[in-house]
Design a protein. Structure first.
Length: 94
């Protein structure tokens, strides 16, 4: 689902105008980023936890030419989904 489609659904369910819904989601995005960067991550909704993990510098092989490439130390964002959310997702049939 693309952002515009999600935005329309979100605005309708929340009873907001499209521009108000866009402002709410933009504020949520900024808040999520701040929360992810904080110690322990952030749990913005029941059943969701966003956090980051530092992956140390490591090497990988370029599959096109076999050259060994060094990947610098960097953060990766991770998401944990709670069992209650997994159950709701599995209960939905299209």
């Amino acid at each position: 689902m693309k952002r515009d489609e999600f935005l329309r659904i979100f605005a309708k369910k929340a009873g907001l105008s499209l521009s108000d819904a866009r402002e709410v989601l933009d504020a949520m995005r900024e808040s999520l980023i701040m929360g992810i960067c904080s110690e322990g991550g952030v749990k913005p909704l029941t059943g969701f936890k966003f956090y980051r993990e530092l992956k140390p510098e490591h090497t990988k092989r370029n599959p096109q030419n076999g050259e060994i490439v060094t990947i610098p130390e960097q953060y990766y964002v991770k998401v944990k989904i709670g069992d209650n959310v997994k159950a709701e997702i599995n209960a939905i049939t299209d």
